[in-house]
Design a protein around this ligand. Structure first.
Ligand code: ATP
Ligand code: MG
Length: 380
C-alpha cells in the first residue's frame, strides 16, 4: 500500500482511462454514420463508428487522406449535424440538438483547423481577441490571457503583425492561440503542427499536455506528424470511414510502473514485465462479488490493483489480501480446481492474466515461476 501511495496518480490515471465513468466521458460515439451529397450522389463516408474518450485524454487520430478524420472531427465540434447514431460530447447528445444548445456547447470547445482562417486585416492579438469577444469573455480576463498565450507560442515579437507578415508556422500558432484562449474543455485540432518546425511543434504539444493534465481538457489531434505521437494517451486509426484500431498507448508503460512496485514483479526483466503488462486486463468488482469460486476450474491469475479481498475455504475466512497481492496461481500451476473462493470486500480492481498468457509468461521467466512456486509452497 505504501509503495502505491508514492504514485497514486499513475494508478488513478490508468483506472480513469480504462474505466472512464459515464459521467466523465468527454466523448461517447455509437454507431455514427455520415453521408455527403443528396439523391443519387449520396455517398456514405463514415461507417458505424464507436469511440469513448475520458476527460483529460489526449487522442491522436491518424489515417489515410479521405478516410473521414475531418468529417468525424467536425461532427464532434457540432460544425456538422449528426445524421445517424449517437454522439455525446461533454455530456450532451448531439443528435437532434437545438441551435441554442449548439451555441452553448461550442463555447466549451476549441477548434484548431487545417486552414487557418485568420482575418487578414487584423493583427495576431486582434485575431485572438475576436475569439474572446465572440465568446463574451470580459476584456479584463481576456487581455492578459491573449498576450500570455501568444508569448507562450513564441509570438511575443509578433503580437501586432498581420497574417501577411507572418510565416506559415507563425500563422498556425496564432490559430492555435485562438483555439485555446477561452480554456475549452475539448480541443479539436486538425493537423495543428503540420506547418511548424520541430521546436514550435514541441511547444504546442507541451501546452496540450498541460491543458490535459492541469485542466482535464480532452484533446483530439488529427495528425500525420509522428514527432508528436508520444503525447498520445490513445491512438485511433481510421480507414475508409471507420475506426479500425483504438489503442491506449501508455497502458503498458503505466501498468509496468505499477507492477514494478509489487514484490512478485520486481525481479522481472523489463522485457518480461512489459510482456506481462501488455497481456493484462483490468477488471472491476463491486463489494461482495466473487472473483473466483471454490471448485471451479482456474482461468485467470489476478493481481489486486486496488482494494481488499477475502479468501474463503469452504465458507471459512482463511486470508485477507490487499493491493499488490496476487491470487489464482495455484489452480493454474497445479491444474486443480480453485481451492478457495475470493470475494471483494469493498470496490476492487484487479489486473488479470488469462491461463494461456500466464503459462506463457511462466515458461519464459524463470524468476517469475520460481517466486510463484515458492509462494505456493509457503501457502501449503
Ligand atoms: N463537403 C463534402 N462534400 C462531399 N464529400 C466530402 C466533403 N468533405 C469530405 N468529403 C469526402 O468525404 C471523405 C472523407 O473526407 P475527410 O475530409 O473527412 O477525410 P480526411 O481523413 O480528413 O482526409 P485528409 O487527411 O486528406 O484531410 C472523402 O472521400 C471526401 O472526398
Ligand atoms: Mg482532413
Amino acid at each position: 500500500m505504501s509503495d502505491l501511495a508514492a504514485q497514486p496518480e499513475t494508478l488513478e490515471r490508468l483506472l480513469r482511462f480504462w474505466f472512464p465513468p459515464a459521467e466523465q466521458l468527454s466523448i461517447s460515439a455509437q454507431a455514427v454514420n455520415h453521408y455527403y451529397g443528396e439523391g443519387d450522389a449520396r455517398k456514405q463516408v463514415l461507417f458505424d463508428n464507436r469511440l469513448d474518450v475520458g476527460a483529460g485524454e489526449i487522442v491522436i487520430m491518424t489515417g489515410p487522406s479521405g478516410s473521414g478524420k475531418t468529417t468525424l472531427l467536425t461532427l464532434l465540434g457540432t460544425l456538422r449535424r449528426v445524421q445517424e447514431g449517437s454522439l455525446k460530447v461533454l455530456g450532451t447528445e448531439l443528435n437532434g440538438l437545438e441551435q441554442h444548445q449548439i451555441i452553448a456547447l461550442r463555447k466549451r470547445i476549441g477548434f484548431i483547423f487545417q486552414a487557418h482562417n485568420l482575418f487578414e486585416s487584423l493583427t495576431a492579438t486582434q485575431n485572438v481577441r475576436m475569439a474572446t469577444e465572440l465568446l463574451g469573455i470580459p476584456p479584463v480576463d481576456a487581455e492578459p490571457r491573449i498576450e500570455a498565450i501568444l508569448r507562450r507560442l513564441g509570438l511575443g515579437q509578433r503580437l501586432h503583425y498581420k497574417p501577411k507578415s507572418l510565416s506559415g508556422g507563425q500563422k498556425q500558432r496564432v490559430a492555435i492561440a485562438r483555439g485555446i484562449v477561452h480554456q475549452p474543455q475539448l480541443i479539436l485540432a486538425d493537423e495543428p503542427t503540420a506547418a511548424l518546425d520541430a521546436e514550435s511543434g514541441r511547444e504546442v504539444v507541451t501546452i496540450f499536455k498541460e491543458l490535459a493534465k492541469r485542466d482535464g481538457c480532452t484533446i483530439i489531434i488529427v495528425t500525420h506528424d509522428n514527432r508528436i505521437l508520444d503525447v498520445a494517451d490513445r491512438i485511433v486509426n481510421m480507414v475508409d470511414g471507420k475506426i479500425k484500431s483504438n489503442v491506449l498507448v501508455q497502458k503498458t508503460a503505466l501498468l509496468c510502473q505499477i507492477l514494478q512496485q509489487y514484490p512478485l514483479f520486481r525481479e522481472l526483466s523489463p522485457a518480461v514485465l512489459a510482456n506481462v503488462a501488455d497481456k493484462m486486463n483490468l477488471q472491476r468488482y463491486s463489494p461482495g462479488s466473487e472473483i473466483v469460486r471454490q471448485g471451479e476450474p482456474g482461468t485467470d491469475f489476478f493481481v489486486i490493483a486496488q482494494g481488499e479481498v477475502e479468501v474463503l475455504a469452504s465458507g471459512k475466512l482463511v486470508n485477507r489480501l490487499e493491493t499488490g497481492s496476487y491470487f489464482g496461481e495455484v489452480s493454474l500451476l497445479t491444474e486443480q480446481p480453485r481451492n478457495a473462493t475470493v470475494q471483494a470486500v469493498g470496490e476492487v480492481a484487479c489486473f488479470s492474466l488469462n491461463k494461456e498468457d500466464f503459462q506463457e509468461v511462466v515458461a519464459t521467466s524463470g524468476s517469475f515461476e520460481e517466486q510463484l512456486r515458492q509462494a505456493l509452497f509457503e501457502r501449503q
